[in-house]
Each structure stands twice: as structure tokens, then as C-alpha cells.
Design a protein around this ligand. Structure first.
Ligand SMILES: C[S@@+](CC[C@H](N)C(=O)[O-])C[C@H]1O[C@@H](n2cnc3c(N)ncnc32)[C@H](O)[C@@H]1O
Ligand SMILES: Nc1nc2[nH]cc(C(=O)O)c2c(=O)[nH]1
Ligand code: SF4
Ligand SMILES: [Mg+2]
Length: 218
């Protein structure tokens, strides 16, 4: 059984499928505690959840008529690995697009190559950088993405260092996003202009622009 905080349909506000209709499964619980986390209601281990099986989730998804699924949280990869693997295989076999948002602190190597992994690299302002599993970077492919959520200039400089060190923009998609309300999007644009940072995309959380930034289930 999975611990599910919420399911809903909205447009994906982040990552390679931003702007596209998606069925969201937000799993409960996280192993990190990022300074800026916008989903505290699903993060803590005593936050709300309902137990759901693969069958429950697949039925909900089929009834929704939505063909792109986003597994997020909390940290989705903390759910039972065999159950998650079965859910993923079932969805892929049925022809669904599957995206996973993960925090960079849990192994991703085992995940089916057809899944689009959107992996954060937690920067210094998150206070979680020491938990990053550098080995995960090797598993990222062209259909995956690495996301840097930047809160200050120190974070931005760290992004450059990591991109250069691992040749990231040649391996996978690279997204730079501001910590909401902490950094002006224009500061990120100026930074990538100043540093001629090619092959990266600046990304804003669309749902926080379209709806009240604190609204849940969107
Ligand atoms: C809530 S997390 C859930 C998935 C996973 N735990 C992770 O951190 O990737 C989903 C995404 O929201 C981003 N996020 C959380 N709080 C944010 C904030 N205040 N501003 C911008 N992005 C934020 C995270 O960095 C992550 O990319
Ligand atoms: N609309 C919308 N798009 C999203 N894309 C990734 C999200 C997440 O919390 O992982 C998210 C979210 O919370 N809402
Ligand atoms: S890893 Fe994701 S869910 Fe966990 S605290 Fe950080 S932003 Fe929140
Ligand atoms: Mg979110």
C-alpha cells in the first residue's frame, strides 16, 4: 500500500511537461526538510495520508481520462520500492506518460528508462546539499531533467560549478527555478546572460502564478 497525501488533476506547473494536463499523485513523507519547502502538509512523517493500492490509483487515473501522470510528494521514492516499481510498470504498459519529481537524496538507478525523472539538486540555501547522492547524476538521460531551485547568489554560483563539473547540459535537461518569492526570476536571467550559460531553461512555477501561491490541489 502507498501513503498518499492527495491526488488531483491540474496542469503541470514545472519541468519538461509544464503547461500540460497531468494527474498528480502526491505521496506522503520526506527524508529532507528544505528551508523553502512548499508542501509541508505532505512532507512531515505525521502529515495526512490515505492508504491506496496500485489498483486504487490506476482506477482513479483511468477514470480521470488524463494520460500524463506526475508522481511527487513529499518524496515519492520513499514508498515501498516493489510497489512503486509495479505501479510504474502498470502505468507504462497502459501507455501513460510517467514523470517523477525526486529530491536527489534517494537512489534513482533502478527506475525504468521510460520514466521521465525530474531530479532536484538541492543548493546551499535549502540546507540539504550534504544529502545529495552524486551518483544519481550519472543515471540522468535526455528524457530526464535536473532542477536547481535557487534562493540566492551563492546558489546560482553553485549551479554553474555543478553544470561544469558534470557536463550536465550535454547529458540531460537543465532547469533553473527561483525559490518562490526569494529570488526575482530576472536575477536568474541576468545571471545566465552574464555567464553565457547555454542549454539551460529558466522555469517559474506556473501554478503559483495562475492561482494563489498557497492554494492546494492545483
Ligand atoms: C515539493 S517537491 C516534491 C518532490 C521532491 N521532494 C523534490 O523536492 O523534488 C517538488 C518540487 O517543488 C520544488 N519546491 C518546493 N518548494 C519550493 C519553493 N518554495 N519555491 C520553488 N520551488 C519549490 C522542489 O524543489 C521540487 O523541485
Ligand atoms: N500544478 C502543479 N505542478 C507541479 N509540478 C510539480 C509539482 C510538485 O509539487 O512536485 C507541482 C504542483 O504542486 N502543482
Ligand atoms: S525534498 Fe521536496 S518535499 Fe522534501 S522538504 Fe524538500 S522540497 Fe519539500
Ligand atoms: Mg508543488
Amino acid at each position: 500500500m502507498f501513503k498518499v497525501n492527495e491526488t488531483f488533476v491540474s496542469i503541470n506547473g514545472e519541468g519538461p511537461h509544464a503547461g500540460q494536463l497531468a494527474f498528480f499523485v502526491r505521496f506522503q513523507g520526506c527524508n529532507l526538510n528544505c528551508s523553502y519547502c512548499d508542501t509541508d502538509y505532505a512532507r512531515s512523517l505525521n502529515s495526512e495520508y490515505i492508504e491506496k493500492s496500485t489498483h486504487d490509483l490506476v482506477s482513479e487515473i483511468e477514470q480521470s481520462g488524463v494520460n500524463s501522470i506526475l508522481l511527487t510528494g513529499g518524496e515519492p521514492l520513499l514508498q515501498d520500492k516493489d510497489s512503486l516499481s509495479f505501479l510504474i510498470t502498470t502505468l507504462l504498459d497502459k501507455g501513460y506518460n510517467v514523470d517523477i519529481e525526486t529530491n536527489g537524496a534517494v537512489d534513482i538507478k533502478w527506475i525504468d528508462n521510460d520514466v521521465n525523472i525530474i531530479m532536484d539538486y538541492k543548493l546551499p540555501s535549502s540546507n540539504m546539499e550534504s544529502d545529495m547522492l552524486i551518483a544519481n547524476i550519472k543515471s540522468l538521460q535526455k528524457n530526464d531533467a535536473i532542477k536547481f531551485v535557487c534562493g540566492n547568489d551563492k546558489d546560482l554560483n553553485k549551479v554553474l560549478e555543478i553544470i561544469d563539473k558534470y557536463n550536465l547540459n550535454k547529458k540531460t535537461q537543465v532547469f533553473l527555478s527561483p525559490v518562490f518569492g526569494m529570488l526575482e526570476p530576472s536575477q536568474i536571467v541576468e545571471f545566465i546572460k552574464e555567464n553565457n550559460t547555454n542549454d539551460v531553461k529558466v522555469q517559474l512555477q506556473l501554478h503559483k502564478i495562475i492561482w494563489d501561491p498557497d492554494m492546494r490541489g492545483v
